[in-house]
Each structure stands twice: as C-alpha cells, then as structure tokens.
Design a protein around this ligand. Structure first.
Ligand code: GLC
Length: 451
C-alpha cells in the first residue's frame, strides 16, 4: 500500500519525471490501489451460484480477527519496520534467530476471538518481510527451520478449529526477502522463478492444513495480474479448496473487496470487508498507544453491519505470542456487548435508516435497531421515519419503551437518565413495514410559522 501511496504522491507533485515513472509503472500494472476493486469479469450464473454458496458462512459471520505476527514483532516497531528503517536483508534475517514464541500462543487468540463474538480469524502466514510462519520445502526462512522450531500456522489452524472458528490465511505477494521479489518486474527468468516459488508456497498452504475457509492476498507489487499469473493462481486455489473464498488483492476481483482503515460499502451488492487496526499498526508496535475505544469498535461494527459488510479487526501479538493487554481489554469489552446484542449485528440486512447524530442503525426484516452511542437522556427521537411504529423495547432487557409518533418524528420516552447499556444502548423498534427514512421530506413538508 505504501508504495502505491508514494506513487500517488509523486503523481500529485506532477513533475515530468514522476509522470513518466507513473506511465511506465501503470503499464506494468504497479499503480493499482490494493483496495480498488479490479473490473469484474463477467461470471456465469453457475459461478455466481457457487459464490453465494461459498460466501454464506462469511456473510453470517460479520466479525473476524486479523492477526499480524512475524519477525517484525520482535522489534516491536510496526510490520513495515524493515522497509521504513531501511534495514538490510542480512541484518533483518537475524531476527529469525530471536523469534521464539511460547508454544500454542494461538489458543489464547482463538479464545479471545470467540469471547469477542468474532466468528473467523485471518493470520499472516507470510508478510512482506518474506518470513514464512509455516513449514515449507521451498525456503529455510521459515519458523520450523529457525529459532521457533515449529509450524506456527499449524498451531493457529488447530487453535481456531478448537474454538469452532473459521480459518483464514493472509499471504503477502510482495516479498522483500526473496532475491527475485523485486527484479521479477524486469527480468523474465526471475519472474518465472518467483512465480514458481509464490504459487508453490500457496500450494503448500492450501494442501497441508485441511479445509481452509478464506485466502487473503495482500500487496501485489511489483507485478500485474498477468505477471502474477493470478488466474492460474486462483484456479489452483479452488482446485485445492473448492469451498474457499478469496479476496481481491492479487489484482483479480475475487469474492470480496477489502477497504482498509475505512468503512465504505461496495456498490451493486458486491461483498466487502473493512479491515482495521486497533491502534495505528498491524504488527506489534510497542509504543503505539493510539487505541480505539470499545465504543469506537462497536460503532464501526454497527456501521459495517448496517451496510451488510464485514469487520476484520486486527491484533498484533508480541514476539512471545501474547496479545497486548490493552487489546485484550478492548476486545473483552466489545465481547460483553456482543454477548447480549450480537443478534442485531450477525443477522442484519441492509438498512436504509441512517440519520441521527447520536445513534446508528441496523435492521432485520421490519425491526429497526437504534444503537444509541451518545445517550440523550429520557427521550430519544428520530426524524423522517416513513413507517409506522408498532412497538419498541430495550433490546438487551426486553423492557417495553413508550413512544409517540407523528408524520415527522418518533419520540421514545420515559428512558432512564443514564445509558442503561455500555458502550452502546440498543432499542428494538418494530415497524409496520421495512423501515425507511426521509429527512428531506421533514425539511420540505414540516408546517412553518410566520417570520
Ligand atoms: C497494508 C499493509 C500491510 C497490512 C495490510 C492489511 O497492505 O501494507 O502491512 O498487512 O495493509 O490490510
């Protein structure tokens, strides 16, 4: 992503040289934003039906745990530390002698994910640094053959399954360690070797661990789809794992889009998953204290669910495999909320009620869930609800809520002065039909008095 961002900046600078670079690399396909959805190829009704079948569990899951863990965790200065500090490969490699996590650290991740209400996990099998957390015949730069002395991906897979969670593999195509990882862009022999290596590692990952539920490609620098032989890559993936789903970062549209650090719904009903850090880094960053609050996390999850998207929330375990205490605290608080409000998230359908300055919304059938994050006191109101309200209740306790409705607003009255739930309180509103909202109607039609 960073390299793409850099290219955009160069472009904005607008120098002739920068523009020449851009044109050249655009030809090589290097300037595509990873989060941008490549133009979908026409797919047959059979392919579409198969996608719906494969994606079903994922739509119902809604909330997943992303795990960034690798040699960078030893330094604790972000997963881009190798590139951002210009660390030579020979120096960086030595971290493989120091990365010695405690056995089965992944069990605690999986337990935490489950407690948080997350239904799937996605772990970095290989990040940009090139180190493989798994057993491979293709390189010695892998956990079992280095200080760790064991297959960390296998431990993760077993841990996730033990908690009944779906298993996802993150795999970075960009590789800062492999000798052909950069020169593959200019040297055809190097590209062939690197493609064989890349496809070989993916083959091992999808062949050696039983059923894998999702494959999460990342950063396709420096090649385009033709260079990566992405069509052949995905074909192999589906041959090995007929039920798997794949994302869109190998320069093909795949099954879902991956907005990063933002929540933006895809148009046209395409599936999407917003991935997000809990502080400012994916990998462990010891000094990063810019944590999102549990309230922010719950609000984000609600926003994803409102627009039928998924939320993949990251943890960056320490080198020993333990999750930073602050992350655990935040996840647990989110989990407490999910334990009694999860139903408003998992089964939600796209919601057309969106406007309030203290609440957000999800919907199931004719039931509107008003999720109040800034508690207004004894009355909460909503403008422009175009549907009649039949009844309302506090979702967590089932307690009835009184309401008054006219053409322009509905008011929920007799509420407690303090928010009864934390960090967000949810009112379930039964409507006569699918709830919709039109605040323009309110602005236009509300009776006005003289000046
Ligand atoms: C970006 C970053 C990478 C991170 C990924 C997660 O592509 O380069 O470090 O793994 O986003 O989406």
């Amino acid at each position: 992503m960073k390299s793409d961002r850099m290219l955009r900046r160069e472009w904005l600078a607008g120098t002739g040289a920068a523009l020449a670079t851009l044109t050249a690399s655009a030809k090589a396909g290097a300037v595509l934003d990873q989060t941008q959805t490549p133009t979908p190829q026409a797919s047959s009704p059979e392919e579409e039906a198969d996608r719906i079948r494969r994606m079903k569990w994922w739509h119902e899951a809604r909330f997943g745990m992303f795990i960034h863990w690798g040699l960078y965790s030893v330094l604790g200065r972000h997963e881009w530390v190798m590139e951002d500090e210009g660390i030579p490969v020979s120096e960086y490699e030595l971290l493989a002698k120091r990365f010695q996590p405690k056995p089965n650290a992944a069990r605690a991740w999986a337990k935490l994910a489950k407690e948080t209400g997350q239904k799937y996990m996605v772990m970095t099998t290989k990040h940009h640094e090139g180190f493989c957390n798994f057993e491979t015949k293709l390189t010695n730069y892998c956990a079992p053959k280095q200080a760790a002395g064991r297959d960390l991906v296998r431990e993760y897979v077993e841990a996730a399954r033990a908690e009944g969670l779906r298993v996802g593999f993150y795999y970075s195509l960009m590789d800062w360690h492999h000798p052909d990882g950069a020169r593959c862009a200019k040297d055809e022999e190097a590209r062939k070797r690197f493609i064989e290596y890349t496809h070989g590692l993916i083959h091992e990952l999808l062949n050696n661990y039983g059923k894998i539920d999702s494959l999460w490609y990342d950063v396709a620098w420096p090649l385009d789809a033709a260079g990566w032989e992405s069509e052949r890559m995905n074909k192999m993936v589906f041959q090995l794992q007929p039920d798997i789903i794949v994302n869109n970062r190998n320069r093909l549209p795949g099954d879902f889009s991956t907005p990063e650090q933002v929540i933006v719904a895809e148009r046209g009903g395409r599936s999407w998953e917003s991935c997000m850090t809990l502080n400012d880094s994916w990998g462990y960053q010891q000094a990063d204290d810019n944590w999102k609050s549990p309230k922010t996390v719950v609000r984000n999850l609600i926003t994803c669910s409102r627009d039928a998207g998924n939320y993949l929330l990251n943890v960056g375990p320490k080198p020993d495999g333990s999750i930073p205490e602050e992350s655990v605290r935040i996840f647990k608080e989110v989990g407490q909320w999910m334990a009694h409000n999860g139903e408003t998230i998992y089964t939600a359908e796209p919601c057309r009620v969106r406007r309030s300055n203290y609440a957000n919304f999800t919907r199931k059938g004719n039931t509107l869930y008003m999720h109040i994050y800034f508690w207004p006191g004894d009355t909460a109101a909503l403008a422009g609800l175009m549907t009649g309200v039949r009844s309302a209740r506090m979702f967590a306790t089932g307690q009835k809520v009184a309401f008054e409705q006219d053409r322009f607003r509905v008011r929920f009255t007799g509420l407690p002065a303090e928010a009864p739930d934390h960090p967000v309180t949810t009112i379930a509103i039964e409507c006569e039909s699918e709830p919709t909202q039109d605040t323009d109607f309110v602005r236009r039609e509300r009776p006005r008095n003289g000046v």
